[in-house]
Design a protein. Sequence first.
Length: 145
Amino acid sequence: MKTPSTQRTACRVLGFWCLAGFVVLSMAGCAPEQPGWLQHTAHGDCTSASGCTVTVRVKGTLFRFSASNAGSQLEESRNNGEQWSARTTIPGSRTYRPVQASALNQRILVQSCDANGHLKVQHFNPKTRRWKQIRYVTGGCSSRV
């Protein structure tokens, strides 16, 4: 006979594994649609030196990340991409190009790769306009380059 505490523990364990399964399937691209709080879109050829454009939406604003000879650029649009603001260079991005951007709780994570296959993950807060590097992985882009 199960006690209430045993049933609660079983429910928590089942809930954890259901959530973990959803996260794994979402990351693998098997989930039917990503939830609204986690979105990313990539356009262009993200394996070339300058052909990748990555866009992501946070609330009503569309953010576009692209690569150029001067480094990765950030632009934003409040009218669904009809008109873009002036470009600003992403700090420390001279040799990197964006390959993915994800919106997570009104913040943006930008993954960038360099020619040697190194991955840099930066966090951007649209409200404060501040960047923070949160991860660097040597060879982390080898499957993307």
